[in-house]
Design a protein around this ligand. Structure first.
Ligand code: NAD
Length: 306
């Protein structure tokens, strides 16, 4: 069995070493396609691969057509919107992600960005503190849960809304579960976004939802840019001089945000949430283990194209 690691942005060497160890211990062969610059290189490399590990690399119908021997694709990371799930199902290819492996990294970044923002981006002026503030966690999944854990350490009052996670599960962590996104945004001065980008959530963070946030509101986005209605967020920030937007996913209208909202807007230059040595290693090794489990034992835990 041949397992291909196809990464435009490669894993750290220590992660590749860990992946190799897992794959070779199972008696499989590892092939690497790193820093490729052209889709043709990917199309060529996938020809005889039985399994592929990717990061943000695009797996579309053309790649799947070229990968005649392919049985499984694992996205080392949480979001899998870079894989055409319908095409994978049509090609009888299992797609998995590696949920939870980078959640702590993203949560630490979210809290780090909150501190940075309430301290006025370390510009030398007096800021405010997070302790005692109401934090709303929008979606209580792997990242949301870690944000709750860290935020409680800061002494924040933590609330959450999740459309699918039962309230008892949230409240067991000492977090107050609310019934709707509207209630969450009305209650909390700081909201940390952790919803996936789906047909339902795209553009869902809009003027109507944000307008009722308490005075001195801050929205922190480490999820996806697609969930934000950018035009309506710009309008809201024009109408509310107290509103801050802090994001790890640069908006399409970054230049406009930066120009209009200096001092209350910040974006990382590129997505950094999962960019830690630990997350990189964890996700890569989990991907290798999931491939071995699938190819040897047919284990489909973490399959996302049911
Ligand atoms: P997850 O799948 O563990 O959790 C997502 C949660 O969202 C689930 O609990 C689900 O019930 C909930 N949900 C789904 N639709 C909802 C809706 N309409 N309303 C409310 N809740 C809803 O995912 P995760 O690992 O916690 O990741 C969360 C987000 O962070 C995703 O958008 C992911 O792409 C993003 N992410 C970003 C980075 C980064 O580098 N910044 C890294 C990892 C993940």
């Amino acid at each position: 069995m041949k397992v291909l690691v196809a990464t435009e942005k490669p894993f750290a060497k220590v992660a590749v070493d860990g992946i190799r160890k897992e794959i070779e211990a199972a008696g499989f062969e590892l092939a690497l396609l790193e820093k490729y610059t052209d889709k043709a290189q990917l199309l060529d490399a996938v020809k005889d691969a039985n399994a592929i590990i990717i990061r943000s690399d695009i797996i579309d119908a053309e790649v799947l057509d070229a990968a005649k021997e392919l049985k499984i694709v694992v996205r080392a990371g949480a979001g899998y919107d870079n894989v055409d799930l319908a095409a994978a199902t049509a090609h009888n290819v299992c797609v998995m992600n590696t949920p939870g492996q980078n959640s702590n990294a993203v949560a630490e970044l979210a809290l780090g960005m909150m501190v940075y923002a309430v301290r006025n981006f370390y510009n030398g002026t007096s800021g405010t503190e997070l302790m005692g503030k109401k934090l709303g966690i929008h979606a209580y999944g792997n990242v949301g849960r870690n944000v709750a854990r860290v935020a409680k350490g800061f002494g924040m009052e933590v609330y959450a809304y999740d459309a699918f996670c039962p309230k008892e599960v949230i409240e067991k962590d000492g977090v107050k579960a609310l019934d709707s996104a509207e209630e969450l945004y009305k209650t909390c001065q700081v909201v940390s976004l952790h919803i996936p980008a789906t047909a339902e959530t795209k553009n869902s963070i809009n003027y109507a939802l944000l307008k009722d946030m308490p005075k001195g509101a801050m929205l922190v986005n480490t999820a996806r840019k697609e969930v934000i209605n950018e035009a309506e967020l710009i309008k809201l920030m024009e109408d509310r001089a107290d509103f801050k937007y802090i994001t790890d996913i640069m908006p399409a209208a970054n230049a406009e945000f930066a120009e209009k909202f200096a001092g209350r807007y910040f974006s990382t230059p590129k997505k950094m949430g999962a960019q830690t040595a630990e997350a990189n290693i964890n996700a890569g090794i989990a991907a290798a283990q999931q491939i071995v489990g699938f190819l040897k034992d047919g284990c489909e835990k973490f399959r996302v194209n049911k």
